[in-house]
Design a protein around this ligand. Structure first.
Ligand code: ARG
Length: 407
């Protein structure tokens, strides 16, 4: 008997995949797997109800902790892709792994997803799955399905799909971000209306200070001044959930990007990610205090690479381990606190503190005579040399007087 595990959400795409995997791909049995990376409760209800109506064996796997760990790695890497904190991208390998584990346990012969052939998610799922010896199936892409065809097919087969299937917007939501696309948002000149947002309130004049504590670059707790709420929990999942709620009230964490997908298509995406914005801003602020100039500038290029690989869904790549070896090496000193001010839709760092600070008020101050035996006049030689090569180059080109008395 052949069996295939399907990444199942209970939406239109994955619902039509169930009979198609039997009819078109000849599987005897389909099992549905829904992986919890922090989607809203309603999505699990929809998945469970649809699975029941389809008489589908349905597994729900809680992978929130694994996902939060990856979000922590993203914080250490100050990771964004074209301004987006990578929520969907980071979730896919976690979901793909969890489905593969269930498939192995249930002795499946195949793995299937309902992604289209235009997006990134097909690539992210398959990058993980193709490492197994199971057959990888993408019915929507392989059979060239369109939405209209799926709606008609579902009606013919009397499949349990809600009319309209949730409206024109396509939403992908997890702990780290809520992605919104489709409908009028597809026109880059269309200004989004307030009703597309669910996590963020319309920015108002209210403000608050949020202090985030980090240990080795990982956020461990947060305190919000005006609400006197202290989130002291080892659970990163809870910290992220609370910050989404709190910072969202100040309209923090909205981005509207023209995003270059992996296949080269440009799309317009809107995102909400209040917690990610707070944590990334605070983490960066703390790093600014504790890392040296050289570390900060070299880390930028490492971070860029990490974010690209994360966007591509290949966080398991050897090069990512190597990048993380550098990143982790820098994070021992990223221990302390950073405070951000949230309000009016913005989030900016306003304070930072760490026992590993490489800033010294005494050294930077104008009132100190010597630092470690170095006096102000000692900079004279440096100042004479500074820009020497540039002045020389300009004089060779004759473009300025440059250096005249060098013989
Ligand atoms: N474009 C983003 C990515 O590839 C997110 C896609 C989210 N999907 C959605 N249905 N809105 O990472």
């Amino acid at each position: 008997m052949s069996r295939v595990a399907l990444a199942f959400s209970g939406g239109l795409d994955t619902t039509v995949c169930v009979p198609l995997l039997e009819e078109e791909y000849g599987y005897d049995e389909v099992i549905g797997v829904t992986v919890d990376v922090g989607q809203p409760e309603s999505e699990f209800e929809e998945a469970a109800e649809t699975a029941e109506a389809l008489d589908l064996e349905h597994h729900v796997v809680d992978a929130k902790d694994e996902f939060a760990d990856l979000c922590a790695a993203a914080v250490k890497s100050n990771a964004t892709y074209q301004g987006y904190p990578l929520g969907t991208a980071l979730a896919r390998p976690v979901i793909a792994e969890a489905i593969m584990d269930v498939a192995k346990e249930r002795n499946c012969d195949g793995l299937a997803h309902g992604c289209t052939g235009k997006g990134n998610d097909q690539l992210r799922f398959e990058a993980v799955w193709r490492g197994s010896d199971m057959e990888v199936i993408a019915p929507v892409r392989e059979l060239g399905l369109t939405r209209e065809w799926e709606i008609e097919y579902a009606a013919e087969r009397d499949l349990p799909v809600e009319a309209g299937d949730g409206g024109v917007l396509s939403i992908d939501q997890n702990l780290w971000s809520r992605a919104i696309e489709g409908g009028d948002l597809e026109h880059p000149d269309y200004v989004p209306t307030e009703d597309i947002y669910e996590w963020t309130d319309e920015p108002s004049g209210e403000k608050a200070l949020i202090e985030v504590s980090f240990e080795d670059g990982v956020p461990v707790s947060a305190t919000i001044d005006d609400q006197d709420t202290s989130i002291e929990d080892d659970s990163l999942v809870e910290l992220i959930e609370s910050l989404n709620e709190i910072a969202g009230q100040y309209g923090v964490g909205r981005t509207d990007v023209m995003e270059d997908r992996m296949l080269g298509l440009k799309v317009r995406e809107n995102y909400e990610h209040p917690a990610a914005t707070v944590l990334l801003t605070a983490h960066q602020a703390l790093e600014d205090l504790v890392l040296t100039k050289e570390e900060r500038s070299f880390k930028r290029s490492i971070e860029q690479e990490w974010a690209e690989k994360a966007y591509e869904g290949i966080v398991f790549a050897p090069v990512v381990d190597a990048l993380e070896a550098f990143i982790d090496e820098t994070q021992d000193v990223v221990t302390g606190t950073a405070t951000v001010r949230v309000g009016g839709g913005s989030c900016r760092a306003v304070a930072r503190d760490s026992e590993y600070s490489v800033y010294s008020e005494e050294m930077a101050s104008f009132n100190t005579e010597d630092i470690d035996g170095i006096a102000q006049e000692d900079a004279t030689g440096v100042a004479k040399y500074h820009g020497f090569q540039e002045r020389f180059a300009n004089s060779v080109k004759g473009s300025s007087e440059g250096i005249t008395d060098w013989e």
